[in-house]
Design a protein around this ligand. Structure first.
Ligand SMILES: Cc1cc2nc3c(=O)[nH]c(=O)nc-3n(C[C@H](O)[C@H](O)[C@H](O)COP(=O)(O)O)c2cc1C
Length: 363
């Protein structure tokens, strides 16, 4: 099976083509990783590559309860315990670098969220430990503040390196800060960060360059979601916006480790409105390694690899419920079903207590 074949990713060799997609699990009280998280990631070390849950690059980048950060010495040391344990279990792990922008709430840090423009998402509400709250009008970032954010991404990349990660993924998907710059529905700036697609892509490219100044090998990935529409995000012409972003990422002097696409239909604009597939759109613009994630079963993933739609397949919910997913695919075992109610809950239930095959058989 192609899913179980090894794959050279930059300087690493992945033992299989099954990537654990980034999954926020809200198990880090105080925003510091802990031993329960170590256990969870070690259980999943047989993935070809683990991409960590989103980790906020600074306190203002947080948008959900108990998500881990990646900016302080304490967080660095706690992550080092996790990466060391994953490596001892012969796994590989990237950190996903995350800033939620306007999806944040003053509950977390006492000030208005930030965004390219002062536009409230037109759908949804902010998650806080006190329940859902209406989104607050974000503060439109000034140019010096944008420079500070690029520096904050660089700082978090160096913390990730000191913490022993194998690389980092820049989270430019799902309606968070970088995506807010990319898409016209959240970016109405009239300076060099808004307007044309070149200007809307500038922040992404500056962040990638900053992160690559820390990670000089091919150890930086980028995640994009051209069609997902998450968190009230939308664009007048996503085919143009994301086609351009992917082609720029393809031309970097220092190549990316990979481009990671969230699979979803992408609406086209114009008289003959139809939809294109996000994976195919980015595949046509980016010549390096492509990870495609979103709704795959082992069977459909295998077909996608056979058809060369993507080089690696990301699994989110299947890895939540199946710590030994590659082994289950190898032996053709039934998959455990994920329990949605515990995705974002506290504690080990629905987190570290999904059985692996050995446990299921002996129990
Ligand atoms: C509980 C949960 C948490 C998620 N957290 C993140 C995250 O932190 N970063 C991210 O880029 N995507 C996140 N996603 C999206 C997943 O990475 C993935 O794209 C999505 O689950 C679709 O893949 P699947 O059908 O294999 O689950 C999350 C999804 C779920 C279900």
């Amino acid at each position: 099976m192609k899913l179980l074949e090894s794959y050279p990713l930059g300087p690493m060799v992945l033992p299989n083509r099954m990537v654990m997609a980034p999954l926020t699990r809200n198990r880090a009280p105080g925003c510091v990783p802990n031993d329960l998280m170590r256990q969870y990631y070690v259980q999943r070390a047989s993935a070809g590559l683990i991409i960590s849950e989103g980790t906020q690059i600074e306190p203002f980048g947080q948008g959900y309860q108990d998500t881990p950060g990646i900016y302080s010495p304490e967080q660095r040391d706690a992550w080092r315990m996790i990466t060391g344990a994953v490596h001892r279990s012969r796994g590989r792990i990237f950190a996903q670098l995350w800033h939620v922008g306007r999806i944040s709430h003053s509950y977390y840090h006492g000030r208005a969220p930030v965004a390219p423009s002062a536009i409230v998402p037109d759908r949804g509400q902010a998650y806080t430990p006190e329940g859902l709250k209406p989104y607050e009008t974000p503060h439109a970032l000034t140019i010096p503040e944008i420079r500070e954010l690029v520096a904050a991404f660089r700082h978090s990349a160096s913390i990730a390196k000191e913490a022993g990660f194998d690389g980092v993924e820049v989270h430019a998907a799902n309606g968070y800060l970088i995506d807010q710059f990319l898409q016209t529905g959240s970016n109405t700036r009239t300076d060099e960060y808004g307007g044309s697609v070149q200007n809307r892509t500038r922040f992404l490219l500056e962040v990638v360059a900053a992160v690559q100044s820390v990670w000089t090998e091919q150890r930086v990935g980028v995640r994009l979601s051209p069609g997902a529409g998450a968190n009230g995000i939308h664009d007048a012409n996503p085919v143009e916006t994301f086609g351009y972003a992917a082609s720029q990422l393809d031309k970097l002097r220092q190549p990316l480790a990979y481009l990671h696409v969230v699979e979803a239909p992408v609406p086209t604009s114009g008289p003959d409105d139809h939809e294109v597939c996000a994976t195919e759109l980015l595949r046509s613009k980016f010549s390096g390694t492509l990870i495609s994630t979103g709704g795959y079963s082992p069977e459909s993933a295998e077909r996608a690899l056979e058809n060369e739609r993507a080089d690696l397949i990301g699994f989110g919910k299947p890895f939540i419920a199946n710590p030994d997913l590659p082994e289950r695919v190898r032996v053709g075992a039934t998959l455990n079903a994920p329990e949605v109610a515990t995705f974002y809950a506290a504690g080990p239930h629905g987190y570290t207590d999904y059985p692996s095959l050995a446990v299921a058989h002996s129990g």
